[in-house]
Design a protein around this ligand. Structure first.
Ligand code: FE2
Length: 152
């Protein structure tokens, strides 16, 4: 692949508007964005397969932990849209799994830049439009928990 063929990709910047009102989840989202940027710079430097694979695997491990922890918090606050939200996480996991398999056997850096673009768009849309919706529910349950602590 020549430089001229490479798609123009941009890295992601964390913005305060991405906050979901929960420090732990915000920090995890920031970390995912950091991973995406590492992937971005690695692609720009034309790094090798092994390097890309290890970044992708680290990102994937971190993502799985984050999604599970987010789901646990949503369940704990009886989030009414839990099933739909969970379904979106499952779709991301399935897509990642398919990509990872394909990339392992048919290595093309182009796949990774396409996947990077997909991930970038997915995460920004998910955080700002989907995750944002649970913000009031998490806050309400935080308040309930601190009320309980106070009354004990
Ligand atoms: Fe989510």
């Amino acid at each position: 692949m020549t430089q001229g063929n490479r798609k123009h990709i941009e890295y992601v910047r964390w913005q305060s508007s991405y906050s979901v009102g929960n420090e732990k989840l915000d920090n995890q989202h920031k970390k995912i964005i950091e991973f995406l940027n590492t992937l971005y710079w690695t692609l720009r430097e034309g790094m090798q397969r092994q390097v890309l694979l290890s970044i992708l695997d680290e990102l994937n491990d971190y993502t799985l932990t984050h999604l599970r922890e987010e789901e646990e918090l949503l369940k704990a606050c009886n989030y009414p849209d839990y099933e739909t939200h969970w379904g979106m996480h499952e779709k991301l996991k399935a897509r990642t799994f398919r990509f990872r398999k394909r990339f392992q056997y048919d290595y093309q850096a182009e796949f990774v830049s396409d996947f990077f673009e997909f991930l970038k768009e997915w995460w920004i849309a998910h955080i700002t439009q989907v995750d944002k919706k649970y913000e009031p529910y998490l806050k309400k349950s935080d308040m309930t928990q601190s009320d309980n602590t106070r009354s004990q």
